[in-house]
Design a protein around this ligand. Structure first.
Ligand SMILES: Nc1ncnc2c1ncn2[C@@H]1O[C@H](COP(=O)(O)OP(=O)(O)OP(=O)(O)O)[C@@H](O)[C@H]1O
Ligand SMILES: [Mg+2]
Length: 229
């Protein structure tokens, strides 16, 4: 599903080179729930952004569904990002003027589908994340955990090949965080492929596999659970 082949990401700062990632080779299969761990600055977000086509590798190859993200046009990349990948961010990134239902439907609306078609899909997903009675609320009328549920529903609406999450509970208390992890785990058990960055070993343990980065290299790769089929 996602394949990285000797991937590197170098930043140039003046005449200094910062190697955020070095020589990462990794295969992520369908149905995996991969947790990415490692200290601050070890390259976790950089790696996730490369997988999601939000950033370009400076060395090596990145394949998504067999398509070379390192060597396709911007238009093609935009479509893959919109249709094949669901993103969940630490700060939710919901649009403040839209209702929960409109936020969830946004990826399909941007893709040109009429609201009449999008609406029932958004409503079904809000039900799935336990927010069917919050569909008309705007983000400011929701709790942090509810906002992240809306963001998860939004990430799911295109039926993405993979969901990428960078510290999805970084702004939530421990109880609410646990609810979000349980939701992600149940989605994974239904077959959704997930890649999640986290600092927290307890959070990482919700995954089926944990990789650990150290100074931009892959230090550890451990399978801890069964891959959903
Ligand atoms: N735009 C940039 N320009 C220069 N260096 C960068 C840039 N973005 C990231 N880096 C460097 O790349 C390295 C990896 O950064 P990254 O954000 O991937 O770390 P991280 O593991 O996600 O850390 P954190 O846990 O703090 O979020 C860091 O040393 C960082 O300073
Ligand atoms: Mg980060």
């Amino acid at each position: 599903m996602i394949e990285l082949n000797k991937v590197g990401r170098m930043y140039r700062q003046g005449n200094r080179e910062v190697h955020a990632l070095k020589d990462i080779s990794l295969m992520i299969g369908k149905g995996e729930f991969l947790s990415i761990m490692g200290p601050s600055g070890s390259g976790k977000s950089t790696l996730l952004n490369l997988m999601g086509g939000l950033d370009q590798a400076t060395a090596g190859e990145v394949f998504m569904d067999g398509r070379p993200l390192h060597a396709i046009s911007d238009n093609e990349l935009t479509l893959i990002r919109r249709r094949r990948i669901g993103y969940i961010f630490q700060f939710f990134n919901l649009l403040p003027l839209l209702t929960a239902e409109e936020n969830v439907g946004l990826p399909l609306l941007l893709d040109g589908l009429p609201f009449s078609e999008v609406r029932p899909k958004a409503a079904a997903l809000l039900r799935q994340v336990g927010l069917h009675d919050r569909s008309e609320h705007r983000p400011e009328q929701l709790s942090g955990g509810e906002m992240q549920r809306v963001a998860i529903a939004r990430a799911l609406i295109t039926g993405p090949a993979v969901i990428l999450a960078d510290e999805p509970t970084g702004n939530l208390d421990s109880h609410t965080s646990e609810e979000i992890f349980l939701l992600l785990r149940s989605l994974n058990e239904e077959g959704q492929t997930i890649v999640m960055v986290t600092h927290d070993p307890k959070a990482a343990a919700y995954g089926t596999r944990i990789i650990t980065l150290k100074d931009g290299t892959l230090a550890e790769d451990m399978v801890i659970g069964e891959t959903a089929s």
